[in-house]
Design a protein around this ligand. Structure first.
Ligand code: ADP
Ligand code: TRP
Length: 328
């Protein structure tokens, strides 16, 4: 089996289910950006539109969502001169490979994944075969490029464990040479929900701030974050106040966090002021991304078409190798 070029490969993707929020940006896109700038890596970044159909979705908005994610990528700094940026469904080798990879992992392993169980709870009547197969398709996305590093948030770790298991099983059974892909983590690998419990997620209203939010929207979303009296004997370590302090540290720095912690233990925090400063700091991070978005619309179609060709060349080569090894 031929090995990839001397560069290590990287693959990541985000589902086409809407605009990106700060969790997606800090947990996944920041890692993608870091690796695209390292010369020892060859980076492939896609929008996972086929993964969007694993939970109920609207056929009318899928095409728009697909474009929004690519636009968010480009505006955030993913660069088609450095990375292959593409749409998953335009590279059919992923789906064929997913079928072959499915033969080396058990149904039982899929049924016990925490990510699967959560989704089944959420959409009990509509949990589909596509949902059960989600991690196998994700493994195909990664292994099609023999990727070694996958910049994603920590919530994706169970899926990466499946990809590693599939890689090992394929190598043992059929003599393929898949590397075992590892997560590439950023400092924002787990961005908590604005509401206090769980992670920031686009499927939980009130939990997120989008990259495309204007200053008023950001202020409004922060205004809804539940708070307490602002003072006490110990600084909260979980819940929405703890999360606010985490955001202060992330966007304003550890000194500001320390200042608020001291206030909590003495004179008290005035949350309206904290939230106003935080809103400004968050907007200063998303503002340049928003400005770039307008220009990126012009190159969108070319990026998508070129990306499909470049990704397709690599993925179909891997598929060919796998089919040969498996006796086709
Ligand atoms: P969502 O849960 O909002 O639907 P996705 O599942 O589409 O987000 O995640 C896209 C990428 O963003 C994945 O790499 C995921 O790990 C990352 N991500 C999502 N939410 C967060 C978060 N709150 N903190 C860090 N990373 C996140
Ligand atoms: N499961 C990822 C998410 O929820 C999306 C995804 C699909 C992905 N295929 C991938 C991420 C391959 C990394 C690598 O966002």
């Amino acid at each position: 089996m031929t090995t990839p070029s001397s560069k290590k490969r990287v693959l990541s993707g985000i589902r086409a289910t809407g605009r990106l929020h700060l969790g997606n940006y800090l947990g996944a896109v920041k890692g993608m950006l870091e690796l695209q700038d390292k010369s020892e890596y060859e980076t492939f970044y896609m929008v996972a539109d086929a993964h969007a159909i694993t939970t109920p979705y609207d056929t009318k908005t899928l095409a728009q969502n697909r474009k929004e994610v690519i636009l968010d990528y480009l505006s955030a700094g993913l660069d088609p001169a450095k990375s292959v940026i593409f749409v998953q469904s335009m590279v059919p080798a992923h789906f064929e490979l997913s079928h072959y990879l499915g033969s080396v992992i058990s149904v039982n392993r899929m049924l016990h994944l925490p990510t699967y169980k959560e989704k089944v709870k959420q959409y009990s009547d509509e949990s589909s075969m596509a949902l059960l197969n989600y991690p196998v398709l994700m493994a195909a996305d990664i292994l099609a490029y023999k990727a070694e590093a996958v910049p994603v948030g920590v919530d994706q770790e169970p899926h990466l464990e499946i990809a590693r298991q599939i890689a090992r099983n394929m190598n043992t059974k059929f003599g393929t040479d898949f590397p075992e892909p590892k997560i590439f983590e950023t400092v924002g690998k787990y961005i908590p929900s604005l509401l206090g419990d769980g992670k920031m997620s686009k499927s939980v209203d009130g939990s997120f701030i989008n990259l495309t939010d204007d200053p008023d929207t950001i202020a409004l979303r922060l205004a809804k974050v539940p708070t307490d009296s602002g003072r006490g004997e110990s600084v909260p370590i979980k819940g929405s106040v703890a999360n606010l302090l985490f955001f202060v540290e992330l966007f304003q720095g550890s000194e500001d966090r320390k200042k608020y912690e001291d206030m909590y233990l003495s004179s008290g925090i005035r949350y309206s002021e904290l939230k106003m400063d935080l809103a400004k700091a968050i907007f200063s991070v998303v503002e340049p991304i928003q400005k770039k978005r307008i220009e990126m619309v012009k190159i969108l179609d070319d990026v998508i078409n070129d990306g499909a060709k470049r990704a397709g060349n690599v993925a179909s080569q891997t598929l060919l190798e796998v089919k040969q090894k498996m006796g086709f």
